[in-house]
Design a protein around this ligand. Sequence first.
Ligand code: PMP
Ligand code: GLN
Length: 380
Amino acid sequence: HAERLNGLGTTIFAEMSALAVATGSVNLGQGFPDTDGPDSVLEDAIAAIRAGANQYPPGRGIPALRQAIADHQQRFYGLSYDPDTEVLVTTGATEAIAAALLAFVEPGAEVIALEPYYDSYAAGIAFAGGRRVPVTLRAPSYRLDLDELRAAVTPRTKVLLINSPHNPTGTVLTDEELRGIRDVAVEHDLTVITDEVYEHLVYDDHRHLPLATYDGMPERTLSISSAGKTFSVTGWKIGWVTGTPANITAVTTAKQFLTYVSGSPFQPAVANALALGNDYYTTVRGTLQSRRDLLATGLADLGFDVHTPAGTYFITTDIRPLGHTDGIDFCRLLPQRTGVVAIPTQVFYDHKPQGAPLVRWAFCKKESLLQEALHRLKSL
Ligand code: PMP
Ligand code: GLN
């Protein structure tokens, strides 16, 4: 096979979910909820199939969904987008990320990404022929060091690939950090791809601030999100990108030859979902926050060094207090020893020693399942 596949192997999520099935384990590895999103949203997709939404939809997405995405950006962030020229519907955020990288990264260009980085970033950068340059969010706070970001920029840097709320650390970038990113992007005339799929999953008094709201950013930012997390429909794979007409046209050019179009019956359903009232959004956040607290407390009681996330549905732990040093070994043994699956965060690092003792746990699960996992982990 081609060199560009070297080092990509099998995604850790597929490996660990297969291990969970094979060992009958509680799966706190791959991030997917065990409760499907609101009945009304599910019914809308079924109704759309019955009403005949089963052939190719328009390439950029059905008008109702593009309008709903524009309305959502206006309602939550005061951002204005023209649904005809500044919004593109994609097959999940994953395709949006890949298409944006293909559209903006020349072979040999450098892409700065926050480390630990979501695994599809490495693949997307490799497919575009780019070079990944990680800037580490360092334990124990997992904050962005703006000096490190500035130092990572070279004449070959083309794209900043940002993710906030950040998977796997749960870091929600602050106003100061986002201003720093903006300053670097403007000074070096960089394109910024920002993955905001966890935009609505933020806890306590933390707030998600979209990069596109900062001066100097709208013209250089591709903002990416997806229905999967917010509406608990990760299998639907409906995502989107917003940006300037020229930037969205570029991403569309790549997207049209990756998947052409994206799942027609899910599009009207996601359009209706985005328009749900504030109650819906508040409830999702509240429910997940209490699950976060349940799992964080339980893991701390078991002796893990727990990092409580400000956003996303993942908790990062350091396993050293339990006498372990390598998360990969730990996660390979865990299912047999305890009947629980987690993700070794090391796979999201180029600087392997930084990630070695870290393990990620998903809490987007029913409380009874989280309790069962904690019970099983007592046999560690
Ligand atoms: N970005 C991040 C940070 C994620 O955690 C995920 C999770 N699946 C994705 C992108 C992909 O989203 P989608 O399922 O919509 O492709
Ligand atoms: N985003 C989810 C996670 O980080 C799952 C994504 C996937 O399976 N590709 O666990």
